[in-house]
Design a protein around this ligand. Sequence first.
Ligand SMILES: Cc1ncc(C[n+]2csc(CCOP(=O)(O)OP(=O)(O)O)c2C)c(N)n1
Ligand SMILES: [Mg+2]
Length: 316
Amino acid sequence: MIEARSGESHIRFPVCGRSSSLAELYSVMLMIRVFEESVLAAFHEGVMAGTTHTCIGQEATAVGVVAALDRELDIICSNHRGHGHFLAYCGEVERLFLELLGKPGGVCAGRGGSQHLHYRNYYSNGIVGGMIPVTAGMALAEKIKDTQSVAVVFLGDGALGQGVVYESFNIASLWGLPVLFVLENNRYAQSTPCELHIAGAMVARPRAFGITSHECHTTNVMDILELSCELVHAVRTKREPICMVIHNYRLGPHSKGDDHRALEEIRAARQRDPVKIAETVLGSKVVGKVKKEVVTLVDAAKKRALEAVSHGFENA
Ligand SMILES: Cc1ncc(C[n+]2csc(CCOP(=O)(O)OP(=O)(O)O)c2C)c(N)n1
Ligand SMILES: [Mg+2]
């Protein structure tokens, strides 16, 4: 685990690095899970306004990929479903609650909300596919500056319907840009299953542009971390793009409660829940201890965020 910086008064969770143990990776995944369940509860309680997209079921991607990065050097670009990527990057749980509540202590002083965040080397944008050319541009800047940085961008299966993705694949390949494209196939673009909007194999698309591409069918965070370390190293040293297609599943609703999927399908997908997979390996003693710590921390962060002074427009 990487220690939280000292001298800061807000609640921040320790984050994971390349040599993290399963217990450490699990505690960050659980923190993301508990955070997002608290966010959904906050909407139902009527204390949060606007909208949000949770990554419940996809935590292993966020934690495994981000743990493989160098947080000082590398750039992370995310999308509308970015809380997990953000928390895996910096653990700023209280400041994310504050941001979602539109309060001044938030990550972007409460003006970016759930989807539009900037913090250090982390950037997100709610336009599907919107961050992909931006990431290519940032990678180009790093290439020109001759740094060793890697720019990672998380995109969903739905983003494959955006033409700018292919322009970005093309230029990244042609110009040898240090980008790791992490394509999270969570099986749906809002309510449309991928069989109804994707022709052919997803992995064939970046390959058509000469981008080395890997598929990952596991939701085991240790396996995702291992593959991510290998691919991040390859992008860093070869200075060329790579794509990683991770087949996971969104266990929660698209946003706050809109879900038309068959319960049977969701129930079956719980077999691949990355949090449960880690819990099975770790055993009840470790799990109980971590759960207690994580729930206490997230509850305290939410409580403090709710008590913080408002901008006065969060319910506008
Ligand atoms: C350009 C654009 N079109 C439509 C939307 C509305 N929208 C938000 S999320 C989403 C689905 C995106 O699916 P995917 O890329 O698979 O990501 P997921 O939601 O599954 O994480 C859509 C259509 C948007 N945000 N931006
Ligand atoms: Mg999707």
